[in-house]
Design a protein around this ligand. Structure first.
Ligand code: NDP
Length: 336
């Protein structure tokens, strides 16, 4: 079958494309420029085609993709602005998320052969209420039924992180509302990963500054061991290769229909990342602060993903492996 994916050049999307190609599917991916498309064609060197969609928000943005590729039966919406410093949070983050999701849903609805629509959402739509409501239910266990508390006004007045989370909530909600209201011919599933770690799909994609979640690890390599430990928001993670596997599962199994898949594989802290790096890469001992290796904060796991694990029976990659693979690739790229 032919799979369409938006934002095909993104960090996670490249892994999704790779997974579908390796299993014999044709993939059409949208990018914002022909140069980005040509770059991907060189990387994938197989049954991959690109479509240039310069503005995902314009109505009819995706219609020519479907008329040119009538066999598309699976649609994956992965394009979204990532954490973005600067003014105009509504225009630069929230609008492209919500309008882009609606534009692609409408195009897929107009195209009868589409059977599945998989939305790359975020754990942030489930478990981040405390960012906007610091005193909200501190002991609430997050599940696939949870929704992050949002508020239209604070969405754009509390900085880019909150805007990003709110934009993900509004866009995922728009998709579920579309399903209920318009009763399209396709099934919908959402993939809700926590911070995504893991290597780039291709070694040549290692950059000086990488996408938000990988940059969280990358920053540990940019200082000196005498620096202060980088502060990370204590969070949960999931490996990018497993995130791609979850998209494949959602696209190919009816078990994921109408489901939100909560993808998280435990909590991490700065100290744990530092320990993993110093233990596995002796050459990083001058670079990564030691901190107090024994002092790993004990955090109660804030979520319960048993529903997702029962559906998507997949053993995810652990924190150490994920961090080691990410950083080994960066070190190798710098030496090359
Ligand atoms: P990347 O920044 O690597 O990729 C983002 C993709 O979206 C790129 O193709 C980018 O295109 C495209 N894009 C960004 N803004 C726009 C816009 N305004 N219009 C059209 N296309 C746009 O991010 P990730 O791979 O990390 O993220 C992919 C998806 O996963 C997103 O939906 C994100 O919200 C979600 N996600 C990511 C997590 C993470 O930790 N990384 C965690 C949870 C969810 P271009 O290259 O042209 O800018």
């Amino acid at each position: 079958s032919t799979v369409f994916i938006s934002g095909a050049n993104g960090y996670i999307a490249q892994h999704i494309v790779k997974t579908f190609l390796s299993r014999g599917h044709r993939v059409v991916g949208s990018v914002r420029s022909a140069a980005k498309g040509q770059h991907l064609k060189k990387l994938f060197q197989s049954d991959f085609e690109y479509a240039v969609v310069p503005d995902i928000q314009s109505s009819g943005a995706f219609s020519s993709v479907f008329s040119r590729h009538p066999n598309i039966s699976v649609v994956i919406h992965s394009a979204a602005p990532s954490y973005h410093q600067g003014p105009k949070l509504q225009e630069s983050i929230i609008d492209p998320m919500v309008n882009g999701t609606n534009a692609l849903l409408e195009a897929a609805w107009d195209h009868e052969p589409v059977r599945k629509f998989v939305l790359t959402s975020s754990y942030g739509t489930m478990g981040m209420s405390r960012m906007l409501q610091p005193k909200s239910a501190p002991n609430e266990t997050i599940t696939e039924e949870s929704w992050t508390y949002t508020n239209k006004e604070s969405a754009t007045t509390k900085g880019p992180m909150v805007a990003t989370m709110c934009g993900k909530v509004f866009s995922e909600q728009a998709a579920w509302e579309f399903l209920k209201r318009d009763m399209p011919q396709f099934e919908l599933a959402s993939i809700n990963p926590a911070f995504v770690f893991g290597p780039q799909a291709f070694d040549s994609e290692v950059k000086l500054v990488m996408n938000g979640s990988v940059e969280m690890l990358h920053q540990f390599l940019k200082g000196k061991s005498s620096d202060r430990m980088p502060t990370l928001v204590p969070g949960s993670f999931y490996d990018v290769r497993d995130v791609a596997e979850a998209h494949y599962f959602a696209a190919t199994s009816n078990k994921a229909d109408s489901q939100r898949l909560l993808l998280a594989n435990g909590q991490f802290s700065s100290q744990q990342i530092a320990n993993i790096l110093r233990d596995n890469f002796p050459q990083l001992r001058d670079v990564v602060p030691e901190g107090n290796p024994q002092k790993i904060p004990k955090v109660k796991c804030p979520y319960d993903d048993s529903h997702t694990r029962a559906l998507f029976q997949h053993e995810p990659i652990g924190l150490e492996q994920s961090v080691v693979d990410t950083v080994a690739q960066i070190i190798a790229a710098k030496q090359a």
